[in-house]
Design a protein around this ligand. Structure first.
Ligand code: SAH
Ligand code: SF4
Length: 385
């Protein structure tokens, strides 16, 4: 049986203001209850009420004493980020806009596939990494999300799915750089992973990073999977489009990838955006192969998704194929990412909290936690563009 992990961030003290339940690991909740003089096992009981039975009204938690139920209101709130807008693409992709307070919003995208249903979540509003090709990167960091806002994206989206549809994979490939907000990101992973809660496997969580090297060890430590936005075939090409490469050059980044492999035994996923005339030439594919051949990996090539004012172009389909074929010829495990959700501006690098102007909006702001979360098992991670 798996063990619950300890609190990932700050210990909880008996403060006068209630804590958001969705920001608490089971261990956190036990500490909180203890500080109010309550038994440890109460934490499991409340976790079950909320995650299993979808009950957040203390009065309905009938196996708790009346006094305890009355006190819960002083200890906990059960707030989730409200869904402001919900769009559906022709191809089945869905995009959600969440209110995360202070007038800010973030997006999450659901990408359906035959054998899985992947949720692409955001970790920040905007992003300080300023990658030149990225829509989110144009918006400087405005807010790091709290763990409950990350957990909330999952719970709210799961709740809107119909029939027996279940989210099977989570990828941190939405807005923001997850390793720039790693405490909250991994806390959210631990909360979702709890056997008393959603019981979502950490092995189905992929954390994608632009390469904040000193933080990368945490990905294997938390038993999640690593994806790296490589996007360049050498230091020069990468630094031109990803400023982070000047701080953590390829030598350090690839060493961290090797260490991840040694620790986890998982293949690394490299993401590589194809920019016309800049990263899409056959000789670039050869250099990319030379750069990565010593690391067990797969390479996801992502044709650039255009957005206004980027200054970059998407290569032609024939050039994309040439690039892919060259990698295949060299024996690389390569995947060409199908572009999904373009009609609702939900493709990779197109997320920027602005889709009020897009069509097909559905108001689901009243959605509540009402359905049970059962998660299907699948063996691989999914990603989208
Ligand atoms: N900050 C993290 C995760 C979010 S970005 C990271 O950079 O890894 C998710 C992916 O979208 C990255 O691989 C990035 O290279 C890719 N991406 C960003 N803008 C894009 C665009 N306009 N077209 C295609 N892919 C893009
Ligand atoms: Fe930030 Fe990732 Fe976009 Fe770079 S690609 S700006 S790290 S979200």
């Amino acid at each position: 049986m798996q063990t619950e992990t300890q609190s990932v961030v700050t210990p909880i003290v008996n403060s006068s203001s209630p804590r958001n339940f969705f920001s608490l690991t089971l261990a956190d909740l036990e500490v909180l209850f203890k500080s109010f003089g309550k038994e440890k096992f109460r934490a499991q009981q409340v976790y079950k009420w909320v995650y299993d039975k979808k009950v957040t009204d203390a009065e309905q938690m009938t196996n708790l004493s009346k006094d305890f139920r009355a006190e819960l209101g002083n200890m906990l709130t059960f707030e989730l980020p409200a869904i402001k807008t919900h769009l559906k693409s022709k191809d089945g992709t869905q995009k959600f806009l969440f209110d995360v307070g202070d007038g800010k919003t973030v997006e999450a995208v659901v990408i359906p596939a035959e054998d899985r249903m992947t949720l692409c979540v955001s970790s920040e509003v905007g992003c300080n990494m300023a990658c030149k090709f990225c829509f989110t990167g144009k918006q400087k960091l405005q807010k790091r999300l709290s763990s409950d806002q990350i957990v909330g994206q999952f719970l709210q989206v799961q709740n809107t799915l119909t029939g027996d549809q279940r989210l099977t994979n989570i990828v941190f490939m939405g807005m923001g750089e997850p390793l720039d907000n790693s405490d909250e990101v991994f806390k959210a992973v631990e909360i979702l992973n709890s056997q008393w809660g959603v019981n979502f496997s950490r092995r189905r969580v992929t954390v994608s990073t632009s390469g904040i090297v000193p933080e990368m060890w945490k990905i294997a430590h938390h038993k999640t999977r690593l994806a790296v936005s490589l996007n360049g075939y050498d230091d020069e090409s990468r630094s031109q489009i990803m400023p982070i490469n000047k701080k953590y050059p390829l030598k350090d980044l690839l060493k961290a990838c090797e260490e991840n492999y040694k620790e986890s035994g998982d293949m690394v996923t490299f993401e590589y955006v194809l920019l016309k005339g800049i990263t899409d030439q056959v000789e670039h594919a050869q250099k990319l192969y030379q750069l990565t051949k010593h690391i067990p990996c797969k390479i996801n090539i992502i044709p650039f998704n255009e957005h206004p004012g980027s200054g970059f172009e998407r290569p032609s389909d024939s050039q994309i194929l040439k690039f892919q074929n060259e990698l295949m010829r060299l024996g690389v495990h390569v995947l060409l990412r199908r572009t999904m959700g373009r009609d609702i501006f939900a493709a990779c690098g197109q997320l920027r909290s602005e889709f009020e102007s897009h069509p097909k909006q559905m108001d689901t702001s009243n959605s509540k936690l009402t359905r049970t979360l059962h998660l299907r098992s699948n063996s691989e991670n999914n990603t989208h563009t």
